[in-house]
Each structure stands twice: as structure tokens, then as C-alpha cells.
Write a protein that binds this ligand. Sequence first.
Ligand code: CA
Ligand code: ZN
Length: 300
Amino acid sequence: MVTVSCSTGIIYEFNKDNPPIQEVDSGTTLTIQTYDCFQNQIQTPETEVTAIDWNKINPATGPIYVKDAMPGDILKVKIEKIEIGDQGVMVVGPDLGVMGHSIEKMTSKILPIKDGKVHFNNIALPVNKMIGVIGVAPEGEGVNCGTPGAHGGNMDNKMVTEGATLYFPVFAEGALFGLGDLHGAMGDGEVSVSGVEVPGEVTVTLEVIKGQSLRHPMLENDEVFTQIVSAETLDEAAKLATSEMIELIVQKSGMPLEEVTMLMSAAGQSEICQIVDPLMTARFVVPKWLLAEMGVLLIR
Ligand code: CA
Ligand code: ZN
């Protein structure tokens, strides 16, 4: 199996001009190793957070060129497995996250991870492994890896975990896929601006889907199908995630907009991914049983 190491190549920006570090056929399963979002600069409680190189933040390993992927296609990314390191780090500081207006000092904390728990002082939190940064090269200008968008990127969506499948719009030849910023745990909102940041490795299967296009990423797991949208405000992101999903269901089901809107109001969920990155990210979540009842297949 192909293994891509973070020492082979990382990017700080998703950009169609980045040279690929690996080329794979559609359908390939590969393992991608990642640094944590601080590029492993904070390893001990003594590390001065202010002294780290803030230009080395949110590295994604990649880009990976997927053969046959062309603009207008969809890149399907099945997350087969996520393995994480045995310690995580969290950071808070002035102007960072929801409490940045009150927090006066950059503060970091090293959190041991063992036996399925993240250990915070004497408190054991359940491990909830997920990927913060995952995406493809955007249309036009590059987008730094700290910012989410239609190309994915720093979506910080806790549903991006083992067993989930993501669907990205392809904007550049080869898609130029990359990922990084793994978390040992993170709640919806990522309110402090950091999850439990960990290095690790992710096994994914990359597959090109022809004949259908998307405007924003989608995610599916065993239970639900979701539309993910990032925008300037959370209101905008939440509304656009909802309307994109409703429009897709109308198109695929042939049911009237009025009725699809009622059904989504009755059984769909408007949820927050994160509220702390340069753009906000929301998802609209539809149970698969409902799509099955409606006879709708969202992605061929
Ligand atoms: Ca992140
Ligand atoms: Zn992170």
C-alpha cells in the first residue's frame, strides 16, 4: 500500500499550482501521515507558545494527484482509518476563539492520550478522532490551510472521522488532495480555537466520480448525509448548507420544493461545525432512512 509521509511534502495553502508529491489511480487506498496543526512544535509543557514559528501552522500532507480527476468531477474520499499519537496539545490565547477577548495569556496544555481517553488533569475525556483539515485545490487563488471553503480545508467538522465518506468538488486537474490537523477530540464549534491537536496517520480511499458536480463538500456516514458550507457568518453558512441540500434533493427526487422544504424542517438538522476559523462552517444533516423513504440517491 502507498504511504505518504509528511516529510515528503506539506502545504500551508491548498493551491492548484502546488506540485504533487504523489500520484495515484482512482480507487487507490493510501495512508497519509500528518504533523499536528503546530507542526509538532509543542511537545512539552515548557514550550513557550509565543516562541513557536507561527508560519508553520496547519500543515496538510500533500498534494496528492488523483489520475482522471478533472474540474467538474467529484472526489470521493472514504476515511478507512485514523491513528493518532499518544499525546495531544491544546492552546488558548488573546484574540483566539470565543473567549479570546478575555484570555490574556497564550497558554498551552499537553494532554496524554491512552486507553481511548484524553487525560486532562484528573478528567478523562473520550477520544473522538477526527480530521480538521481535508480538501482539494480550490478554484482560482490558493487558500491557506487555516481557512475552510468550497474546497474543504479547515472545516473542523467532528463528523470527519473513521467510516465517513467525503465528496469534494474537483476544481483542478488531479484534484490535488491533502489532509492534516488531526484531533483526538473536539466538540461542535471548536470554541477555544483548538481541538486536542495530534499528529497521526489516516488511511483513505480516493475515487473520482464523473457525471455529477457539487458546489460544496458533502459527507456521508452509516446514518446520515450532510451538506457542509463555510461562509463569512454562521447564519450564512447554515442557510446555504440547508438550501444546497434542499435543492439537491428536489433535483434528485422530483418532489416539489414546498414539500421537500417541509420534510427537511420536520426531520433535517442544522448543525454547527466550527465558529472560530476565518470563515464559519455549518452542516445540514439528513437521516438516510428519510432519503430511502423518498427514494433519493444523492450521489450516484
Ligand atoms: Ca483546525
Ligand atoms: Zn486542529
